[in-house]
Design a protein around this ligand. Structure first.
Ligand code: PMP
Length: 428
């Protein structure tokens, strides 16, 4: 049994010694002391089904034994910076990772986070094209350093960042966007941004195929192929941010962009890549990668042996446990169940969307007006937590449930999740 500090004690120290901008879920925040596959345990030993592990980067399950073993065993052998000497761990993982990507995407740069990966990708695109302008989509989240905060387009996540060179295009949001699911119509905005706001040449277009922080918004079909054409005509690169939608989470595909039939020039990743270990990566073509030979690119811990050993174990486990297939089968089943709650029982569910284990449920108090149900979602989250289910929340208006469980989430877990959500919504 746990005999460490209580939730109250930790909260007190957190408010004294940690960032005043920290926030937490639930009126009485949970003190999580242990994780095991799809479950989390609080200080009293209470078990919770974790339907929001995706945010904490866990793709194969909390403390997955094989991945934990790989981390421990490498830690006992060597942990160092990988830049100056040779070590097999970084090469093993880079080769395995490159094999998961299409086309000529086979040169890997390792970082420690998604922010760093996107910063590096943006810099490489600027170097390669000799242009400065970046186009990203409204409602995007790409990170919290200068370039990535500039390309992030959500007021909650922006400080006094220098916006230089970043243009934000209309969000191809099938639920709230003016053109519904007609992706090509939204793509015209990218064309107009280039025509009205740039020299006609741009460095890159960056996007998440499924917006995560933005509330699980799948870009309208037809959008990415149309934008891809436009960007190529303007000499720019397409950067796919797969920090949330990568590593088998979409189920139908290993990467989110694959559902749109386009091949990016640069792919960035983090979160699921290391099952909870701080690791990020940029994968690009040999030709684009060459721009970094103009100077030295040095990242002390990027690709260190412990993190890359974890990454390799993740790829092994995804394959061995057929987790992409599970994300597809159970994710589709869960989505059907959520749709039937929307259609048959709960008017407050305005939209159910996403694919695999990246699902969103948007709550609205009026289906016609799509009025965000902000108070209601908080209440339902509390009730679900009390029944042992943890779910995430997000979206521009903060009224979307984000359901991103570990990929080992079973059909029984999905049934339990649906039952708990149904009961909680019925209590509103
Ligand atoms: N891109 C996306 C799509 C993300 O969701 C996030 C994190 N929420 C990031 C980039 C930044 O990653 P990190 O927090 O590891 O810097």
């Amino acid at each position: 049994p746990y005999d460490g500090p209580t939730a109250g004690e930790i909260l007190k120290r957190r408010s004294e010694f940690l960032s005043p901008s920290f926030f937490h879920f639930y009126k009485k925040p949970l003190n999580i002391v242990e994780g095991k596959m799809q479950y989390l345990f609080d200080e009293e030993g209470r078990r919770y089904l974790d339907a929001f592990a995706g945010i904490a980067t866990v793709c194969c399950g909390h403390c997955h034994p094989e991945i934990t073993e790989a981390i421990i065993s490498q830690t006992k052998k060597l942990q160092h910076s990988t830049v100056l000497y040779l070590n097999h761990a970084i090469a093993d993982f880079a080769e395995a990772l490159a094999s998961k990507l299409p086309g000529d995407l086979k040169v890997v740069f390792f970082t420690n986070s998604g922010t760093e990966a996107n910063e590096l990708a943006i810099m490489m695109a600027r170097l390669y094209t000799g242009c400065h302008d970046i186009i990203s989509i409204r409602n995007a989240y790409h990170g919290n350093a200068s370039g990535t905060m500039g390309s992030t387009a959500q007021k909650n996540w922006k400080f006094n960042v220098i916006q230089s060179g970043v243009h934000h295009a209309q969000n191809p949001d099938p639920y709230r966007g003016v053109f519904g699911s007609e992706g090509e119509k939204y793509a015209r905005d990218v064309q107009e941004i280039i025509e009205f706001g740039t020299s006609g040449q741009v460095a890159a277009f960056i996007a998440e195929a499924i917006q995560g922080v933005g509330g699980i918004v799948e870009l309208a079909p037809g959008y990415l192929p149309a934008v891809y054409k436009t960007i190529k005509e303007a000499g720019g690169l397409f950067i796919a941010d797969e920090v949330q939608s990568g590593f088998a989470r979409p189920g139908s595909h290993f990467w989110g962009f694959q559902a749109h039939g386009v091949t990016p020039d640069i792919v960035t990743m983090a979160k699921g890549i290391g099952n909870g270990i701080p690791l990020g990566a940029v994968v690009t073509t040999p030709e684009i990668a060459k721009v970094l030979t103009r100077r030295n690119y040095f990242n002390t811990f990027g690709g260190n042996p412990v993190c890359t050993a974890a990454g390799l174990a993740v790829l092994r486990v995804l394959e061995k446990e057929k987790l992409q297939q599970n994300a597809f089968a159970v994710g589709s089943y869960l989505k059907d169940g959520l749709k039937s709650l929307q259609e048959k029982k709960h008017d407050i569910i305005g939209d159910v969307r996403g694919r695999g284990f990246m699902l969103g449920v948007e709550l609205v108090t009026d289906r016609q007006l799509k009025t965000p149900a902000n108070a209601e979602i908080l209440h339902v989250m509390e009730l679900m937590k009390d029944m042992g289910v943890l779910v995430g929340k997000g979206g521009f208006y903060g009224n979307v449930f984000r359901i991103t469980p570990p990929l080992c989430f079973s059909k029984e877990d999905a049934d339990y999740f649906l039952e708990v959500m149904d009961v909680a919504l019925s209590k509103l």
